[in-house]
Design a protein around this ligand. Structure first.
Ligand code: NDP
Length: 294
């Protein structure tokens, strides 16, 4: 299933995410995904595995052009020249000569002028044909409004935390008004259950009884139901797994259809509470993370 971005470029709606995929597991995960039919991989400079993503693609037997490669610029590389150079680092590690989609990983709320300069570098990379589409991630409505006012090219994509427990309808509305595609991170709710984040009282969306009931009636798994819910609502989703069976399971979502009532029942699970980092929190320590050269 392909989605058409606001500049006419097409992108497979479902991609493989590789956040927290250890470098030594990433090549095999990408190979499994491409063998299962995925044609879109979402990585990031900050994940430390762009090299292994490139290796997985190169060894898959597929043409470079047959795989949609998305990566992200980390905040410590924001600024016009810095972000141009971030492209060099990314393509060097991935072993490619262009990117399909390059996005800013998150706004830097305390240094927004650097965020704007970084985005202007993305515009230059786009004009030069070094990327096919550009976008942002974790941009809230007020970040988008400021970006749109100060730059020329509307982002193609906004990648945000989006799963049944946190749907961010305000962001989806403004994205929709500007033709920006919503892409769900933690689409099957990883941030609601993987270790290392959140308090003890967090609820695991994978164990939600309403989702289990829908899954049972379609003989599908909760992960498959959540992915179908994204796709039927026009979103891109990038579930992460390093397990070959779960990678295949997450792509096996094109043979069933959720009813309007089922979609609405899942929509109704929204708690309005973010599980991941607040994009308005400055967190200056992020700037200490240096992205290595290729
Ligand atoms: P996901 O919602 O994709 O969930 C991943 C977790 O679910 C992992 O623990 C995985 O474990 C497990 N899992 C995968 N498939 C299944 C399944 N079928 N059944 C049960 N468990 C399953 O969370 P992520 O946070 O990883 O989000 C996906 C991607 O989004 C990331 O990999 C990254 O590319 C992107 N992302 C972007 C962010 C941003 O700030 N822009 C922030 C966070 C993520 P296992 O590997 O063992 O299968």
């Amino acid at each position: 299933m392909e989605l058409t971005l606001n500049n006419g470029v097409t992108m497979p709606a479902l991609g493989l995410g590789v956040f927290q995929s250890a470098p030594e597991q990433t090549t095999a995960a990408v190979q499994s995904a491409l063998a299962a039919g995925y044609r879109h991989i979402d990585t990031a400079a900050a994940y430390g595995n762009e090299r292994e993503v490139g290796e997985g693609i190169r060894t898959s037997g597929l043409d470079r052009a047959g795989v949609f490669i998305e990566t992200k610029v980390w905040v410590s590389d924001y600024g016009f020249d810095e972000t141009l150079h971030a492209w060099d680092k990314a393509v060097g590690k991935l072993g490619v000569d262009y990117l399909d989609l390059l996005i800013l990983h998150q706004p830097a709320p305390d240094r927004f002028e650097k965020t704007i300069a970084a985005y202007k570098a993305l515009e230059t990379l786009l004009a030069d044909g070094r990327v096919r589409a550009i976008g942002v991630s974790n941009f809230m409505p007020h970040h988008l409004k400021r970006l749109l006012a100060e730059t020329d090219i509307i982002p193609a994509v906004n990648q945000i935390e989006l799963h049944p427990y946190f749907t961010q309808p305000d962001v989806e509305t403004i994205d929709g008004e500007h033709g920006i595609l919503n892409q769900a991170w933690s689409p099957i709710g990883g941030i609601t259950f993987y270790p290392g984040w959140g308090g003890q009282d967090r609820r695991n969306v994978m164990q939600d009884p309403a989702i289990a009931a829908v899954a049972h009636s379609h003989r599908k798994t909760p992960a498959q139901v959540m992915l179908r819910w994204h796709l039927q609502q026009g979103r891109s989703a990038i579930p992460k797994s390093t397990n070959p069976e779960r990678i295949a399971e997450n792509f096996d979502v094109f043979d069933f259809e959720l009813s309007a009532a089922e979609l609405a029942a899942i929509d109704a699970l929204d708690t309005g509470e973010r599980n991941g980092p607040d994009p308005d929190e400055a967190r200056p320590e992020r700037f200490a993370m240096v992205i290595p050269e290729a």
